[in-house]
Ligand binder design. Structure first.
Ligand code: DAK
Length: 257
């Protein structure tokens, strides 16, 4: 039985980590199932985004599974870290827009999973942190690298070295989450993703997202070259023509992708 539920909608999918009895902690099965779900959705025609959340009322994901890691040998730790990175990288490098809906605790590997996503939305009850040092560990699924790229070096060091949790308000203040949602979280998040997709060219979104992600790891001049390349490539499809013709005709665009 899968530890991950996937609900496909017309243009996006809701992916739910489903181990509420362990606050959705990441073990090998969850990491493999998340990887498989990402691969499947990437190949699903018309699927442009993935909304990732956790089952139950309490947690998005409360971390890597502490019970599974307790007796690791160095080699087992290495294998687990590689599996985790493979899954996080599959999410960040897929063609899907990835949105984490943080509906409670996002700790350790759970926050690292959210950091592998493009966008983070939080419920008002969300609590986030990288408490690994309190367990004698360091963040092993990309936290030491992705967190400073989102909030800056000083704030990332503070979170990693203190292991302290922060609430949704503070996470918004430091740019760790894009929005704090009230009310029915899933319904609000679905509205958010629908609005992001509606009347937008999928090809243009994929090209912009790729230029941004690829360029962030390069010197500015090389990143700007990526943008030039992506911009010109878009004109080999019909979306620029469709979008601009619709604007000039004062109509809503109907894009190919
Ligand atoms: N792993 C396994 N089980 C967990 C868990 C986790 N991370 N978090 C919670 N659970 C389980 C609890 O053990 C409990 O199970 P039962 O006792 O009912 O069997 C159940 O979920 C409910 O949890 P609590 O009873 O503790 O619930 P509370 O509301 O009282 O507390 C809490 C909620 C989130 C504050 C608390 O559960 C908590 O502190 N959990 C641990 C949070 C944490 O420390 N997360 C970071 C984990 S370390 C690496 C790869 C990855 C990583 C590091 C290295 N390499 C391979 C190099 C990443 C490490 C981490 O993520």
């Amino acid at each position: 039985m899968s530890t991950v539920r996937v609900e496909k909608k017309e243009s996006y999918a809701i992916v739910t980590v489903d181990r509420p009895e362990a606050l959705n902690a990441l073990n090998e099965d969850v990491l493999n199932d998340l990887h498989a779900a990402t691969q499947d959705l990437s190949q699903t025609p018309g699927c442009r985004a993935m909304l990732l959340t956790g089952a139950g009322e309490k947690a998005f994901v409360a971390g890597a599974d502490i019970a599974a890691m307790e007796q690791f040998t160095p080699n087992e730790a290495l294998k687990f870290a590689e599996l985790g990175h493979r899954t996080m990288n599959a999410i960040s490098s897929s063609e899907l827009i990835s949105i984490a809906l943080i509906n409670g605790f996002a700790l350790g590997g759970g926050l690292e999973l959210a950091l592998a996503c493009d966008i983070r939305l939080a419920g008002a009850n969300a609590r986030m942190g990288l408490p690994e040092v309190t367990l004698g560990l360091l963040p092993g699924f990309g936290g030491t690298q992705r967190l400073p790229r989102v909030v800056g070096r000083g704030l990332a060091l503070e979170m990693i070295l203190s292991g302290d949790m922060i609430d949704a308000g503070r996470a918004y203040e430091i740019g760790l989450v894009n929005r704090v949602l009230e009310g029915d979280l899933l319904a609000e998040a679905e509205k958010y993703v629908s609005k992001m997709l509606e009347y937008k060219s999928g090809a243009a979104q994929r090209a912009a997202r790729w230029a941004l992600h690829a360029g962030m790891d390069l010197p500015l001049t090389a990143g700007l070259q990526k943008e030039i390349h992506q911009f010109s490539e878009l004109f080999s499809g019909s979306d620029p023509q469709k979008g601009m013709a619709a604007f000039l005709a004062k109509q809503k665009p109907e894009f190919e992708s």
